[in-house]
Unconditional design. Structure first.
Length: 182
């Protein structure tokens, strides 16, 4: 299976700079063109996963039950697109916890690859932070940086940088359809 790994907050749902942490249901706000992007993505031959760091759990801003309530609400909002998120992988640790699962470490992608028999070389990691790009790079996927969170972020490890998830998905669609991008 080929996969698309999506960061959640800042890529699908509004994150930084509007919300430092998505810690309640009232902070669920899909980014512009997310529904259209996921409709296109649902037509492609990829398994789709959320890969998310959730420092709010270690900071006690939210409980694990609240995280899953927020995540399930986002899944309900995007369900009409036809997309099926096969699984949400999360790191509940703070940045200074030095865990193995926090992006940019590739553990969550490697876990997904093992569980779902994913061909990482033909898969993509899409996110709004350099740590998302490095996660994909470290796992051996292709990477896309979307400037939907902080528009000034850069990553020289991204295979493609774009302003939106919709542009990212259309880029992948062109590749999947064999269109030469050179």
């Amino acid at each position: 299976m080929k996969a698309i790994f999506l960061d959640r907050d800042g890529t699908i749902n509004v994150g930084v700079p509007k919300y430092e942490r998505v810690s309640s249901l009232d902070k669920i706000e899909l980014l512009p063109n997310t529904i259209e992007a996921l409709k296109v993505l649902s037509t492609l031959d990829y398994g789709v996963f959320f890969i998310t760091n959730q420092s709010g759990l270690s900071e006690k801003l939210i409980t694990l039950n609240q995280f899953w309530e927020i995540n399930n609400n986002i899944l309900e909002l995007i369900a009409p697109t036809g997309i099926k998120i096969l699984k949400t992988y999360l790191c509940p640790h703070a940045e200074d916890d030095n865990c193995e699962c926090r992006k940019p470490h590739p553990k969550l992608l490697l876990d997904a690859a093992k569980e779902f028999s994913i061909d990482l070389q033909n898969s993509w990691m899409i996110g709004d932070r350099p740590s998302d790009v490095m996660t994909g790079f470290n796992a051996g996927t292709k990477t896309i940086l979307v400037k939907t969170g902080v528009p000034t972020v850069e990553s020289d490890k991204a295979n493609f940088t774009t302003a939106s998830l919709l542009e990212a998905v259309k880029f992948i669609q062109k590749i999947a359809n064999g269109i030469n991008l050179n």
